[in-house]
Design a protein around this ligand. Structure first.
Ligand SMILES: Cc1cc2nc3c(=O)[nH]c(=O)nc-3n(C[C@H](O)[C@H](O)[C@H](O)COP(=O)(O)OP(=O)(O)OC[C@H]3O[C@@H](n4cnc5c(N)ncnc54)[C@H](O)[C@@H]3O)c2cc1C
Length: 405
């Protein structure tokens, strides 16, 4: 059978894209292929579960717009589908003078992005969250929490109900684009599609190369390690508690996150992963490591961020150093409060010159669109990102290198 659209990847972006395509083109033939036996198995199923409000992103940027619209769309989708969402709001807490001035810059950003927030001084912060201390904070009421696996299940149901096919346990190994369409092969099976959209997260660079794109970036895996608090402490805070981010490395910063299931997690940090998809602490993939060790961009990024990299690594190896980061704003936590929790692994695109790509990166050809970088808050923004992906896929190629900010 020839499909109108094949999608590779059953994370939130692949599923949101399939749903959007079928919403616009009811009755069209769509197949979504996922290599794991379950959906949302990688980044989407291992994230913090936060619906971000969008305070961090540069005013006027695509990322800021997608996040704000994505948060609204996610909440509306969940309400429609009966998926539990809570909106406890987020406190971004400054614990020293440098962070206070960064907090002011963040507040200015939030204002320009049109996101409601409130300034809190130390006393107001204490009154709102007695277990948290800091010099100042901003409170962002719109930040919420959800289980993104549940969101994915609901999206998959909509794809199936609209006649789309979802095949798990199907690892696409070959992609060949021709004049008549794109041919995919997984084991003995093959598919022909008029268009292909690839949302393959941690494998996105490999699939782009396999499809013949001359890419110059590589995906480097960064582990995000979490703990969860023992049940007696899971009520210690009622909001999301975040440190003030470093503008150079916005994805760093261990936060306290109430989860939708009632747990309270601490994390994530960001340490170099020794395997793209190995979640246990000691998981090592020699092919994955050999690939980045042979990539000039990896060494450049390591040199540029050596200090913060060593700091993250030390905190990864020492629970007491990790704890010290959280105790800066939540001094009542002890080592005994931190219980093991599964890590997540970020797919971070790095350019050959060592630039960490913080924006979404899409590459397209006449019949293919590859999502080459989809960093946080891509789970929050998945619904409007999918609208954009479908629009771009229909427009066809304007050549490679269509990076967006
Ligand atoms: C630790 C961590 C915390 C985060 N926290 C948040 C948060 O709180 N809020 C937020 O908005 N965002 C967060 N993010 C970001 C967000 O989770 C990701 O940006 C988003 O999930 C990316 O979705 P995706 O569909 O692109 O990728 P993925 O979820 O990784 O899906 C890619 C899929 O492609 C499949 N695949 C790969 N290769 C093949 C192949 N050859 N054949 C078939 N299938 C294939 C994979 O198995 C996988 O299922 C976080 C990310 C991490 C890692």
């Amino acid at each position: 059978m020839t499909y109108d659209l094949c999608i590779i990847g059953g994370g939130i972006l692949g599923l949101a894209t399939g749903r959007e395509w079928l919403r616009l083109h009811p009755g069209s033939r769509v197949a979504l292929l996922e290599k794991e036996l379950s959906l949302a198995h990688h980044q989407t199923g291992h994230n913090s579960g936060v619906i971000h409000a969008g305070i961090y992103y540069k005013p006027g940027s695509l990322k800021a717009d997608l996040c704000r619209r994505g948060a609204e769309a996610t909440k509306a989708f969940c309400a429609e589908r009966g998926i539990p969402v809570r909106t406890p709001g987020k406190l971004v807490v400054a614990t020293n003078a440098r962070e206070v001035s960064r907090l002011e810059a963040l507040a200015a950003n939030a204002a320009q992005n049109g996101i409601a927030f409130e300034h809190l001084d130390a006393a107001a912060l204490r009154a709102r969250e007695p277990a948290v201390s800091g010099l100042a904070a901003i409170f962002v009421p719109a930040s919420g929490i959800v289980d993104y696996r549940a969101v994915c299940r609901a999206m998959a149901e909509e794809i199936s109900a609209a006649g789309g096919t979802i095949e798990t346990g199907t690892r696409v190994e070959e992609i060949a684009e021709g004049d008549a369409g794109v041919t995919l092969r997984a084991g003995q099976r093959s598919w022909m599609a008029a268009r292909l959209i690839v949302c393959a997260g941690l494998q996105s660079d490999r699939l782009a190369r396999r499809a013949g794109l001359a890419i110059t970036h590589q995906i480097i895996p960064f582990r995000g390690e979490y703990y969860r608090l023992r049940p007696e402490k899971s009520g210690i805070v009622s909001h999301l508690i975040y440190p003030v981010p470093d503008p150079e490395l916005p994805f760093l910063g261990i936060h306290l996150t109430p989860m939708i299931d009632g747990e309270l997690t601490v994390g994530p940090n960001a340490v170099l992963g020794l395997s793209r998809e190995g979640y246990p602490r000691l998981a090592v993939s020699l092919p994955d490591m050999a690939e980045y060790l042979g990539f000039a961009g990896f060494w450049r990024v390591m040199r540029q961020h050596l200090r913060s990299g060593i700091g993250e690594m030390r905190r990864s190896l020492s629970k007491s150093l990790y704890l010290a980061e959280c105790r800066k704003y939540c001094p009542g936590l002890t080592e005994a409060d931190l219980l093991p929790q599964e890590a997540g692994i970020r797919a971070q695109a790095v350019m050959a010159d060592g630039t960490l790509v913080h924006d979404f990166l899409f590459l397209s050809t006449a019949r293919m669109l590859h999502v080459c970088n989809a960093p946080s808050p891509a789970a929050t923004s998945a619904i409007p990102i999918a609208e954009m992906i479908v629009r771009r896929a229909l427009e066809g190629a304007t050549g490679q290198g269509a990076a967006t900010k």
